[in-house]
Design a protein around this ligand. Sequence first.
Ligand code: FES
Ligand SMILES: [Fe+2]
Length: 349
Amino acid sequence: MFVRDLWYFGCLSSELKPGQHLHRELLGQPVLFGRDHNGKAYALKDICPHRGILLSGGEAQQHNGETHVECPYHGWRFRTDGSCAAIPSLTAEQAKAMDLTKIRTRAFPVHEDQGLIWIYYAREEDADKPPAVEPPKLDIPEGEKPRLVVRDVFNCHVDHAVIGLMDPAHIPYIHRQWWWRSAKSVHEKEKKFGPVERGFTMLPHTPSKNSYLYRLLGEPQTEIRFQLPGLRTEYVQAGGKHFTGFTAVTPTNENSTAITIVVYWNHPLIHAIPNFLLKTGISIFVGQDRDAVNAQQVGLAYDPKLMLIHDADVQAKWYFALKRAWDKHRDTGEAFRNPVKPATLRWRS
Ligand code: FES
Ligand SMILES: [Fe+2]
């Protein structure tokens, strides 16, 4: 149902303080994201192996320099690698006779960079193997931190969220607003695409002159990259400065998808725009996409047959082809072959 053996966006660095943790649902499973007392991020399956309560309901404690999460029910304690460190109800003799480290909750590989915390989600049977791929890295200057974050929740399966966000043909219908596009601005577009690692990119181009915001920036160049599992990054470059919008489309479960938009920039013109204004603009945009896919669910409940047409839906076709190719690679061990070939796509929007 969800692609595995890939890094998923988990949460923001700023959400995790040392000695604290939070609960998230990811790919239909409860996950505890935490930061130990030394500042290192970790992630555990958020289920106590004793009797199944969420571990995140308990507190993180320090014992002999280690961070332990204490289960709120009977006080069993777990290290950040998932192994059990203590069962308070055991007598000294019982404790000696038991190998506590055999009791564990799953621990996930975690990577923190650029203000983002990534979690490697392997298949259950490969949970102990090291990650098969490197964690994602945004192509922005070293040391940059997120300047703006917008979140939303789409009540749909991740596939509809992904293809809904990448689909160019909905723009004049769903995102019709005076400060972005006018209804009269629809025209033929031609964009060049090429493969990137586990994904594809709309190669650098000068965006439509009819986008008011883009016109403000001078002569910008835009590139939009998509990579599995659902990572979309829009890079805008103008005069050696950048404005980068990263969107993580993360399945919460089968019927709910978390959208996190993290924006980075060093472009002076963007500094001049009040943060709340930019945030409002992005929230309006993503809210329009959310309302569209949520409305779509009413029709999808009847399980209709769907169509993907040329060329406006080719990116959606690539997304499904990439998923199939990745699953095949993981199932068979054959090398991963990116199904995307360089192409020029044309549509009206
Ligand atoms: S349920 Fe966690 S210690 Fe009992
Ligand atoms: Fe959209």
